[in-house]
Design a protein around this ligand. Structure first.
Ligand SMILES: [Zn+2]
Length: 459
């Protein structure tokens, strides 16, 4: 199966794609090396993308310990000089993807730097990726954990002023995944990578939904790229939990493909729907409320169980008796809507409002949209059903790998989970299943039922 993924990865690297304006482009990533002992090839790989000047290594204490020395040795042999920046978190936590850490990388990129090398995943990768993009320097990444899909995507997540957002940048020219390192990664990081990938059915469905209801561009190719990999990964949940090398390879390849699907679509939509909004919302409120910070993929796994359950509840509705005009009887005008949003989001209101506003429609237009949704209800579900998965099955997969399956394990209480279900739709202009439920006037009622039935409340 892995041979199939690598063939697909190589084929995509060699392909040309078209953006929505018809302009052809290739993936930024030219090379993916996954092997035992791959770290020792770092210098050789680097020479293909940069002249041997100064390489800036970006890592944190743990990631440098996992892979730093062999990478530095290999770069040295290839003729690179080196400087380094060690990102730090608070109180021994991993570093955040925030402005201070971005600045720390930026301040170390001078004229002599010919290459930026991330040694890490998560924040280390994202900060090195963003800083190298702004400085127009070639960037390669050495993954130390299969924990997220940002190695090969053209976006980076960053927290600016307590607000988490994604910004457009470039993807790594080369990704090096040493299986000895990836298999030794902490179990919670491996499970998080699995959790992030498990969002595929619901994120795909949200992308399709935005296409059907809002006319957003949807393309089949990015959707298909990760479908096979998703099935292979879930079939190996137990082995991934045990960090079996073949299974970890399979997970890492799927992560690479997931990043490619976003690069090809020109948007994070193939891998990020309502479940990701829930996770982003918790990232924001965790900072504000000084709650524990969880791994992205852990939160996405829970978000996936929630939105998969919400999808099921909506799919089960009999909308024959629904009447758009009655549903919208209390539909707010724009001023009322703004005041509702500001009240609901408090300190975040200035950030949230432009996003929420972008999705707002005047009453007449909203009425037409909801009438259309009700009229096309069966057609819409006919298209979504093949993409979706039963929540119980997804839960079984997450359990299989040993991932977090209750909000309790995330330090999130029921009220905060309810708030995420009902309010995270406001933080991004993207249309998702959360908006569909809201447009039918059912989000609050279904949020309660969803919390109960998804099983995330624990026992
Ligand atoms: Zn994600």
């Amino acid at each position: 199966m892995s041979a199939g993924h690598m063939t697909l990865i190589k084929g995509l690297i060699d392909s040309s794609f078209q953006d929505p304006q018809g302009k052809s482009f290739q993936l930024d990533t030219r090379e993916v090396l996954i092997d035992h002992g791959a770290l020792s090839a770092a210098g050789e790989v680097a020479l293909r993308y940069a002249r041997p000047g100064l390489a800036l290594l970006v890592a944190d204490e743990n990631t440098f310990e996992a892979a730093g020395d062999p990478v530095a040795e290999s770069l040295d042999k290839a003729g690179f000089g080196m400087s380094g920046v060690m990102l730090e978190g608070e109180d021994g936590d991993p570093p955040l993807a925030d402005e201070a850490n971005l600045r720390a990388v930026q301040e170390n990129i001078n004229d002599e730097v010919t290459l930026v090398v991330a040694i890490g995943s998560g924040s280390v990768n994202d900060m090195a990726k963003l800083a190298s993009f702004h400085a127009k320097k070639p960037f390669i990444t050495v993954a130390t954990a299969p924990s997220m899909n940002g190695f090969t995507s053209r976006i980076a997540a960053i927290i600016r002023g307590n607000i988490k957002r994604t910004e457009v940048c470039h993807a790594a020219k080369a990704v090096i995944g040493d299986l000895n390192v990836l298999c030794a990664a902490p179990k919670n990081l491996v499970r998080a990578g699995f959790g992030d990938l498990m969002s595929k059915p619901v994120s795909s469905a949200c992308w399709k939904l935005a296409h059907l209801i809002k006319g957003e561009p949807f393309s089949q190719r990015p959707y298909e790229i990760t479908s096979g990999a998703f099935n292979d990964v879930r079939a190996r949940a137990l082995e991934i939990g045990d960090r079996d090398p073949h299974a970890i390879r399979c997970l890492f390849e799927a992560i690479i493909l997931s990043g490619f699907s976003m690069s090809i679509a020109g948007s994070s939509a193939p891998a990020s729907g309502g479940e990701h909004l829930i996770s982003h919302y918790w990232d924001m409120t965790a900072l504000r409320d000084k709650r524990r910070k969880n791994l992205h993929g852990e939160q996405v796994g829970i978000g996936t169980l929630l939105t998969a359950t919400l999808y099921q509840k909506l799919a089960d509705l009999d909308v024959d008796q629904f009447d758009a005009a009655s549903i919208l009887a209390d539909y707010p005008d724009i001023d009322q809507f703004e005041s509702d949003i500001r009240k609901a989001h408090g300190d975040f209101a200035d950030f949230v409002w432009p996003q929420a506003k972008a999705k707002y429609l005047p009453r007449e237009q909203k009425l037409k949209e909801v009438e259309g949704v009700l009229r096309d209800w069966k057609k819409i579900w006919g298209q979504l059903a093949p993409m979706l998965e039963k929540p119980a099955r997804l839960r079984g997969d997450l359990e299989g790998v040993g991932a977090v399956i209750s909000i309790d394990e995330l330090g999130i209480d029921r009220q905060e989970a309810y708030r995420a279900l009902t309010r995270s739709k406001d933080i991004r202009s993207r249309y998702t299943v959360l908006d569909l439920a809201a447009d039918l006037g059912l989000l609050e009622q279904l949020a309660d039922e969803t919390l109960l039935d998804s099983g995330v409340l624990g026992v």
